[in-house]
Design a protein around this ligand. Structure first.
Ligand SMILES: [Zn+2]
Ligand SMILES: [Zn+2]
Length: 379
C-alpha cells in the first residue's frame, strides 16, 4: 500500500477543493455531491436520502462491512450574515478518506463477504449527523469503524499519528428566564431577568467535582434588554457550554445546573427553564480497533510515527456509533498536522503534507480489520 506521488497529489487536490468549499451543518449539498461524484468514479455505490446531506458509499457487497467515517461540515462564524470556514479540519478528513477509498478500490480484493463502507457524515458540529446516519441504517453489518481527526500542535507533532482519540463529552444548555418588564423608576413592579442571569453565571464555579476529573462549564451567550435603556427587561436567555472527560461527570454537571436553575428561579421570583442541545457522548474506544490503527501506523509510517493515544477535551459525535452498536470495534485516528492556533479558530492553519500518509494508514487499517474478520470465520 504505497503512496505514489500521483496519489499524494490527488489527495492534496481533493483537500484543496473541499477546503475551498466550506458548508455548515445540514447544508453540505455541494460537498456531498462532490464526494459522491469522486467515489462513484472509484466504483462505489452511494446511498443518499432526499432532502438530507451526507451519504453512505459502499465498495463491494458485504454483508460484513469495515467502515471509515469522514465528517463533512464546516463551522459557521458570526450571525445570520456570517460565513462558513473549515476550521475544524473536516476537509482534511474527507481528503484522507477519499485517498483511502482509492487505495482500497485499486485492490487487492478484501476477503470474500467483506466490503468497505464510507460514512460521509453531515453535521458533526451540531452533534446530530452521526445519529442521522445511524437512523438511515448505516451501521447495519458494520463490525469495525475508523474515524480520523486533525489535532492541535500541542497535542501531536506534524507527521505523528495516535491510534485513538479519547474525546470528552459535550453539551449545550439553553436557559430561558421569564420575569416581568418594568419601568426603570419602578423596579418593584417587575422582575428583572438580568439578576437571575448574573446569579446563574456566579453559580457555575460553585459546581465542583473531584479535581482529578476534567470538566468545565461556562456561559457562551447572553441575551437580555432592548433598545430602551430605561426599561427593566423581563426576559433573558443564557447559553452554557459544558465539557467533561467522562460521561458520568457530564451527567453530574447537568443535574447540578438543573438544581441551580430551580433555586435561582425561586429566589428571584422568575420562571426559568433549561433545555439541552448538541450533546455528544465521551469516547468509548475499543482496544482492538486502537490496536489495529497502531499496527497500520507502524506498517505505513514507521514505529517513530506512532504516538500515544490522545486524550482531549474536544468532543466528537463519532462516539454515538459505538453507543448505538454495542460490540462495534471503533477508534479514531489522531492526525498530527500541527493545527495552530487552534481548532474552531477561523485563522487556523495546518500542514497538508501528512494527508496522503493518513489515507494509506486508514486503508491499511481497513485491510487488517477485514483480514481479522476472515479469522473470525465471518466471511
Ligand atoms: Zn469541531
Ligand atoms: Zn471536528
Amino acid at each position: 500500500m504505497t503512496v505514489t506521488p500521483e496519489l499524494a497529489q490527488q489527495v492534496l487536490d481533493w483537500h484543496a477543493w473541499l477546503d475551498a468549499h466550506p458548508e455548515p451543518a445540514w447544508r453540505e449539498t455541494g460537498t456531498t455531491a462532490y464526494l459522491v461524484e469522486q467515489l462513484e468514479h472509484l466504483g462505489c455505490t452511494c446511498h443518499q436520502v432526499d432532502g438530507r446531506t451526507g451519504a453512505v458509499a459502499d465498495l463491494g457487497t458485504g454483508p460484513r462491512w469495515v467502515a471509515l467515517r469522514a465528517d463533512l461540515d464546516a463551522i459557521w462564524m458570526g450571525d445570520d450574515d456570517g460565513y462558513a470556514v473549515h476550521s475544524c479540519g473536516h476537509s482534511a478528513h474527507m481528503a484522507a478518506v477519499l485517498g483511502a477509498a482509492r487505495l482500497l478500490a485499486e485492490g487487492p480484493e478484501l476477503p470474500e463477504g467483506v466490503g468497505v463502507r464510507l460514512l460521509l457524515q453531515p453535521a458533526e458540529e451540531t452533534g446530530t449527523g452521526a445519529l442521522d446516519l445511524i437512523e438511515r441504517g448505516a451501521l447495519e453489518g458494520v463490525t469495525d469503524l475508523f474515524g480520523i481527526h486533525v489535532r492541535p500542535v500541542e497535542e501531536l507533532a506534524v507527521g505523528r499519528f495516535g491510534p485513538a482519540l479519547h474525546s470528552g463529552a459535550s453539551l449545550t444548555g439553553l436557559v430561558t428566564i421569564a420575569g416581568e418588564d418594568a419601568h426603570g423608576a419602578r423596579p418593584h413592579l417587575g422582575a428583572n431577568a438580568i439578576d437571575p442571569l448574573v446569579a446563574l453565571h456566579q453559580a457555575l464555579p460553585a459546581m465542583r467535582f473531584n479535581p482529578a476529573e476534567s470538566y468545565s462549564a461556562k456561559i457562551t451567550r447572553i441575551r437580555a434588554g432592548g433598545a430602551s435603556l430605561n426599561v427593566i427587561p423581563g426576559t433573558a436567555e443564557v447559553a452554557i457550554d459544558l465539557r467533561a472527560q467522562r460521561n458520568e461527570v457530564m451527567t453530574g454537571l447537568q443535574e447540578r445546573i438543573t438544581e441551580a436553575v430551580r433555586g435561582i428561579a425561586s429566589t428571584y421570583g422568575v420562571t426559568m427553564e433549561v433545555s439541552w442541545h448538541d450533546g455528544t457522548p465521551g469516547a468509548e474506544v475499543h482496544p482492538a480497533a486502537a490496536a489495529t490503527l497502531a499496527q497500520a501506523i507502524r506498517e505505513v509510517a514507521g514505529e517513530e510515527a506512532l504516538a500515544e493515544e490522545v486524550v482531549t477535551t474536544g468532543a466528537d459525535d463519532f462516539h454515538y456509533y459505538a453507543q448505538a452498536s454495542p460490540g462495534l470495534r471503533s477508534s479514531m485516528l489522531a492526525l498530527g498536522v500541527g493545527v495552530a492556533p487552534g481548532l474552531h479558530v477561523p485563522s487556523m492553519t495546518y500542514s497538508t503534507e501528512p494527508l496522503p500518509v493518513a489515507a494509506a494508514i486508514l486503508a491499511r487499517a481497513v485491510r487488517l480489520a477485514a483480514e481479522g474478520l476472515r479469522g473470525e470465520g465471518l466471511s
